[in-house]
Design a protein around this ligand. Structure first.
Ligand code: FDA
Length: 403
């Protein structure tokens, strides 16, 4: 005999637990199903183990989607302050780190315990680890889910299985498969918030710079006009053996399109060419020493080498045209990534279930009454900095209230 529930939520991550708790506390009989052995691994590893659980400034402008207005309703009905109220209710210590990013003082584990407690308060039933082998819609009576631990019948099904990032901790394409099964469109998924890589030969001069970090300004794409699809961020950049990482690169990776460049300003506070030309008489004598005042010494040395300058070249001897070339290389370093580190390293997946198939109030598929999609599975992707969890909470609550 199939077990009967009002709601079956598939995926007990951030969005799934939030949705299950919300629906259950409204009196719905809810079952939460997850195939993983360990609960909510992504929350556990997030924010370096301290979970950047929201961003107090989160708003629709911090999200990418082919349907940019979709996220507005859910985000306005469950705000960062609403999540913070929950965090305070559970007496979890938190602090603001940078640009509105809120982290736990102690451990991400506290957020998992909080969500478990909220589920328990609504008497959510758990099936975990359990694999959904088959999902079918019944004629006007909800859905049947065949799992490897028995059959479940539910009036509504919420798909909260996340995106494709970090397969080794349980990410799957389940959400996309369900969408296809029910004839819903997908926006092509691709890794986002991910380190970028470069052709090995082109990157060779920069390999010795691995480990260097500095604040930069990075941009890609068109920034202005009606067709603006690009972005610019001022954040830290990190040189790696294979390419570039750090918050600046993770942010820009979500906007980067294959076969287009990214442009990095390594000295955003300064017009380097102008400073060098005007300072020929007053600055230090050797170019290497001049640059090392403003850039990490190893980077200054590497840049000079990569652009054919001797480190001991005397500034006063260099023609203005050469200094302008150097200025361009530092203030507008244009690079063509050949790809990214992929889902193995991506913090999130861009794209997913096309939001034009869903109600922005309830997250329900217009064509399939009773079938909901929430969280990272759908085509709403936040910037780095607590925005993706805010979307998981907000979309989870939207569905949990509507079911
Ligand atoms: P989530 O991935 O959390 O949950 C999906 C659940 O579905 C998982 O429990 C999985 O096991 C389950 N599942 C998958 N397939 C299944 C199947 N076939 N059957 C049953 N269950 C299935 N964001 C942020 O805002 N602040 C941060 O600090 C970070 N930090 C961070 C670090 C790292 C390393 C990563 C990889 C990601 C982040 N993120 C983040 C992003 C954030 O973790 C992510 O956006 C949310 O967890 C998405 O929540 P969801 O509930 O949609 O998916």
């Amino acid at each position: 005999m199939a077990k009967q529930f009002d709601v079956a939520v598939v995926g007990a991550g951030a969005a799934g637990m939030m949705c299950a708790a919300t629906a259950a506390q409204r009196g719905k009989r809810v079952v939460l199903i997850d195939h993983a052995d360990k609960l909510a691994e992504k929350i556990r590893i997030s924010g370096g183990g301290r979970c950047n659980f929201t961003n107090i400034n989160a708003g629709p402008a911090n999200f990418l989607s082919e349907n940019p207005h979709f996220c507005k309703s859910a985000l306005s009905r469950f705000t960062p302050q609403d999540f913070l109220a929950l965090v305070k209710k559970h007496r979890i210590g938190y602090h603001e780190k940078h640009k509105g990013q809120l982290f736990c003082d102690d451990s991400a584990e506290q957020i998992i315990e909080m969500l478990k407690a909220e589920c328990a308060a609504g008497d959510v039933h758990w099936r975990m680890p359990a694999k959904v082998e088959n999902l079918q819609q019944l004629d006007g009576q909800g859905f049947v889910l065949d799992t490897d631990s028995g059959t479940i019948q539910a009036g509504a099904v919420v798909i909260a299985t996340g995106g494709l990032s970090i397969p080794k901790i349980g990410a799957t394409d389940f959400g996309y498969r369900v969408a296809k099964q029910f004839g819903l469109k997908l926006v092509e998924p691709r890794p986002a918030l991910v380190p970028l890589t470069f052709d090995a030969a082109a990157w060779a001069p920069f390999v010795p710079l691995a480990g260097i970090a500095l604040e930069v300004e990075v941009e890609t794409g068109t920034l202005k006009g009606r067709n603006a699809t690009g972005a610019r961020f001022r954040e830290d950049l990190l040189f790696t053996h294979r390419g570039l990482s750090g918050p600046a690169i993770l942010q820009i990776s979500s906007f980067w399109q294959p076969n287009t460049p990214i442009v990095i300003n390594l000295l955003p506070e300064m017009d380097l060419a102008q400073t060098l030309i005007e300072g020929k008489a007053t600055l230090k004598k050797q170019l290497g020493n001049v640059l090392a005042q403003w850039l990490p010494a190893r980077l200054a040395e590497g840049l000079l080498q990569a652009h054919g300058f001797a480190a001991d070249a005397r500034l006063a001897d260099l023609p203005d045209a050469r200094l302008r070339q150097l200025g361009q290389a530092v203030n507008q370093w244009s690079l063509l990534p050949n790809g990214s580190e992929g889902y193995r390293k991506a913090e999130v997946t861009r794209g997913g279930v096309d939001t034009r198939e869903l109600s922005q109030q309830s997250m329900m598929a217009a064509k399939v009454p009773g079938l909901y999609f929430i969280g990272e599975t759908i085509d709403v992707t936040g910037w780095l900095g607590g925005y993706n969890f805010q979307w998981a909470w907000a979309s989870g609550v939207a569905a949990g209230l509507a079911i």
